[in-house]
Ligand binder design. Structure first.
Ligand code: DQA
Length: 146
């Protein structure tokens, strides 16, 4: 199967960005690990980070044409603002898991609402980079045991 991992704004700075909140691991290390785990189980995993809402939306549209089976997305700050990315995911009707490195629920109140959670297959937050691996494992379980 094919999976797409999407990372929203400022996640390109992982490793140096507020390490106390987001950890020391870089985005490339996260992506590398996910690609390895997927390929060990015989699947193909693509990644994109963008600081631009329209690029994430266009990547989601393209995912339908590419027959992507599952999306893992950390929408970052767009979590709390983007009806447009939510609508894109609904439009292509590709199942997705929402991931956050930090526990958004113990942070500022404006981070408590997500435009994604009520339409996601599942949500993982507060477990750092490990959260992406858990999301991948859950996605592959769904794919392998439909
Ligand atoms: C985040 C949480 C968001 O509130 C924040 O805007 C981010 C990262 C996380 O992974 O913890 O950029 O999605």
């Amino acid at each position: 199967a094919s999976l797409l991992v999407l990372h929203g704004p400022n996640l390109n700075l992982l490793g140096t960005r507020e390490p106390g909140v987001y950890g020391a691991v870089t985005l490339e290390q996260i992506n590398q690990r996910l690609r390895e785990l997927a390929s060990l189980r015989g699947h193909h995993l693509l990644t994109l980070q963008s600081n631009a809402e329209h690029e994430l939306i266009e990547r989601i549209h393209a995912a339908r044409d590419e027959a992507i089976d599952f999306i893992i997305i950390n929408p970052a700050a767009f979590t709390h603002t983007s009806v447009a990315i939510r609508d894109a995911l609904l439009a292509v009707s590709i199942p997705f898991i929402e991931v956050h490195l930090s526990n958004v629920h113990k942070r500022e109140p404006f981070r408590h609402h997500s435009y994604f959670s009520d339409v996601a297959e599942g949500v993982i937050c507060g477990l750092g980079a490990k959260g992406y691996e858990l999301a991948l494992d859950a996605a592959l379980h769904r794919i392998e045991h439909p």
